[in-house]
Design a protein around this ligand. Structure first.
Ligand SMILES: [Zn+2]
Length: 225
């Protein structure tokens, strides 16, 4: 076993430089794809950390069992990817414009119990993804939500109303988030698209906020607080 061979195999300077260029191209490509997929980070990971994991994953794995892939290739890949990561975080720290382009801004999903429809459409998320997140935070309906903010890392921050400020709101559990079939006098109804909530004379009314005609029976009860 020759350690120099394991480390270098027949790597030439020109191929070492080629690896550097390949890394830069792939890193930029991965960031672009992640950024324009419309999704933000996955849970705690920003798109940059995902890019690093994707880039390094294969670079780390191949030299482990391909006898003609020398370690030096992985070392170069690691060095280049980490430098690019440091460079992007540095640029984002220095420039708000670059940060906004690469990472997006925190975005309001719910304000005052109402869904911010335009922003949600723009982010290509489905309602159910937000509803699921809110359900996990013990929210039953939007009348309980003062603010829900989608952070740049993909996490949803939810600020609930204090108990005495809870209003009628759009239910977010599947059993209740459905179009009302019969009209009940003196009951609140919530627009299924934007969360606007009011008393209704009939169910063919258009939502004054978004013009939608799908109404769900509003919820008020809240067993958790
Ligand atoms: Zn509406």
């Amino acid at each position: 076993m020759d350690f120099i061979k394991i480390l270098l195999h027949d790597t030439t300077w020109s191929f070492a430089i080629e690896i550097v260029i390949r890394c830069i191209v792939m890193y930029v490509l991965i960031i672009l794809v992640l950024r324009f997929s419309g999704k933000r980070g996955v849970r705690q990971l920003s798109i940059f950390e995902i890019a690093i994991i994707l880039s390094l994953g294969s670079a780390a794995g191949d030299p482990m069992f391909y006898d003609d892939v020398p370690l030096i290739h992985a070392v170069i890949v690691f060095a280049v990817i980490l430098s690019l990561y440091r460079l992007t975080t540095y640029l984002m720290m220095k420039s708000d414009a670059i940060e906004n382009i690469l990472e997006g801004k925190p975005m309001y999903i719910v304000k005052n119990g109402l869904l911010i429809v335009e922003d949600i459409k723009q982010e290509k998320y489905s309602y159910d993804e937000f509803f699921a997140e809110m359900r996990q935070k013990k929210i039953e309906h939007l009348g309980q939500v003062k603010v829900a903010l989608l952070e740049t890392d993909g996490n949803l921050s939810v600020i609930p109303f204090s108990k005495e400020n809870i209003k009628w709101g759009l239910p977010i559990f599947p059993d209740n988030y459905k179009q009302a079939e019969e009209h009940i006098i003196d009951h609140h109804y919530s627009c299924m698209l934007c969360g606007h909530t009011q008393l209704l004379n009939n169910l063919s009314h258009n939502c004054p906020r978004c013009d939608c005609t799908h109404w769900a029976k509003s919820s008020l009860k809240c067993e958790n607080n």
